[in-house]
Design a protein around this ligand. Structure first.
Ligand code: KG4
Ligand code: ZN
Length: 356
C-alpha cells in the first residue's frame, strides 16, 4: 500500500477512535531539540527537551550552524527517550507533528526531515505546525478547560503580537510590534548590562533584587493602537548605561533590570487588556518564551482581575520551546483536517502566523 493510501486509512481509524489519539510532536526551530508524546491534544505522556544553552552561552547567543549540528547529534536519542517515558512503541503513534517554521532554517530541517521519515515509515499523517500556533497550544495542556475564543498575547524572541484566537486553528491579528520583539529587547538589555545569554531569565532574576526607580524615557507614538514598540525602551537603557560609564559611575544592574521589566510589563498589560475589553473578551492567554517571566504574568493577572479578565499562562516548562505544544497544536490541526501535510513538506525560515 502506498503512503497516501495508508494515511487515508489511518485518518479513517482516527475518526472512528475519537479518543486516545496519540500525537508525537517534534520541535527543533532554535536551540532546543524536543520530542513529546501527547494524548488527545491535552495530556502529556512524555516531553523530552534537550536544551543547548550551555553550548551557546560561550558564544554569547545562538549560533545557527552549531544548533543544527547538535539537533542532528541528539534527535534520535530524544525520540527513544520520549517513547520510553510515554511507555509506548512507535506503532502506537497516530500522527507525527513537526514545527516547519518559523525559525533557523538549518535547525528546522533536522526536525522536519526526522518527522517526515518517521511518518512515512509508519504510514501515519504528517502534520505541519506553525511555531507561533504551537506556543498558543501550550495553554491547552496546562489549562484543561481552556477553549477558544480568547485573546492571546504572544511574546517570544521573535514576536510580540496580540491575536484574537477564534478557534483552534484560526487567528486574527489585532496588533504587533513595529520594531523589536519583547524577548529580543530582554536579550539586548541583558547584553548591555553584562548579564549575557540567555538574557530574559537573567534579567528577571536580577530584577528581583532591584528597585524600580529609574525612569527610562519612551516614545508614546503608538499609545492608542494595539501595536508595540520596544526599540525606544531598549535604546533608553543603552543610553543610560553608556552615559553612566562615560561619567565613570557604576551602574546598578538589579535596578536597571527592575525598571526595564516593569516598564515592559505595563506596556504589554495595557494593550492586551484593552484589546480584551474593546473586543468583549474576558479571557487572556499569554504564550511564548517571555510568558515564562512570572513578574510580567503576575502583573497582567492582577490587573486583569480588577477588570474581570481571567489571565492564563503555561508553567515555565511549557513557555519556552517544547515538543508537547507542537503535538497539542498538531492534534487540533489533525482533527480539523487543516494541517495534514504531504511528504514533500519543507522547512521555512519565515512564515505568516496564519499559515498552518
Ligand atoms: O519562545 P521562545 O523560547 O523562542 C522563540 O520562539 O523565539 O522565546 C525565547 C525568548 C528569548 O528572547 C528569551 O530571552 C525570552 O524568550 N525569555 C524570557 C524569559 N525566559 C525566556 N524573557 C523574559 N523573562 C524570562 N523569564
Ligand atoms: Zn518559541
Amino acid at each position: 500500500m502506498n503512503y497516501k493510501k495508508q494515511v487515508e486509512n489511518k485518518i479513517k481509524q482516527i475518526k472512528e477512535k475519537k479518543q486516545g489519539i496519540i500525537v508525537l510532536g517534534v520541535e527543533s526551530s532554535c536551540d532546543e531539540t524536543s520530542i513529546a508524546v501527547v494524548r488527545d491534544g491535552r495530556e502529556i505522556l512524555s516531553n523530552i527537551v534537550a536544551s543547548q544553552i550551555d553550548i551557546h552561552t560561550k558564544f554569547g547567543g545562538v549560533v545557527p550552524e552549531v544548533a543544527s549540528r547538535n539537533h542532528i547529534a541528539c534527535i534520535n536519542n530524544i525520540f527513544k527517550q520520549a517513547l520510553k517515558e510515554a511507555n509506548i512503541t512507535k506503532e502506537d503513534i497516530d500522527a507525527v507533528a513537526v514545527t516547519y517554521g518559523a525559525g533557523l532554517i538549518g535547525a528546522l530541517f533536522v526536525g522536519v526531515n526526522f518527522a517526515k521519515a518517521l511518518a512515512y515509515s509508519l504510514g501515519v499523517p504528517l502534520i505541519a505546525v506553525n511555531h507561533i500556533q504551537g506556543h498558543i497550544a501550550s495553554n491547552y495542556i496546562s489549562s484543561a478547560s481552556l477553549k477558544p475564543p480568547f485573546m492571546c498575547l504572544l511574546v517570544s524572541g521573535a514576536h510580540t503580537s496580540i491575536f484574537d484566537v477564534q478557534d483552534y486553528t484560526s487567528l486574527k491579528l489585532i496588533g504587533q510590534t513595529v520594531d523589536d520583539a519583547v524577548g529580543e529587547a530582554f536579550d539586548k538589555v541583558a547584553r548591555v548590562v553584562g548579564l549575557g545569554y540567555p538574557g530574559g531569565p537573567k534579567v528577571e532574576k536580577q530584577a528581583l533584587l532591584g528597585k524600580n526607580d529609574i525612569v527610562f524615557k519612551k516614545q508614546n507614538a503608538l499609545k492608542h493602537t494595539y501595536n508595540f514598540t520596544f526599540s525606544g525602551i531598549k535604546t533608553a537603557v543603552i543610553n543610560y548605561v553608556s552615559n553612566a560609564q562615560n561619567r565613570g559611575e557604576d551602574i546598578v544592574v538589579p535596578d536597571i533590570c527592575a525598571s526595564f521589566q516593569s516598564l515592559v510589563a505595563k506596556e504589554l498589560c495595557e494593550k492586551s487588556l484593552r484589546a480584551c475589553q474593546e473586543h468583549n473578551q474576558n479571557t487572556l492567554v499569554i504564550a511564548g518564551g517571555v510568558s515564562a517571566n512570572r513578574y510580567i504574568f503576575n502583573y497582567i493577572k492582577q490587573q486583569g482581575a480588577k477588570l474581570g479578565i481571567e489571565v492564563y499562562a503555561p508553567p515555565i516548562s511549557l513557555c519556552t520551546d517544547n515538543g508537547a505544544m507542537i503535538a497539542s497544536c498538531g492534534y487540533y490541526n489533525l482533527i480539523s483536517g487543516k494541517g495534514i501535510s504531504d511528504i514533500n513538506l519543507s522547512a521555512k525560515a519565515n512564515i505568516d502566523y496564519l499559515n498552518n
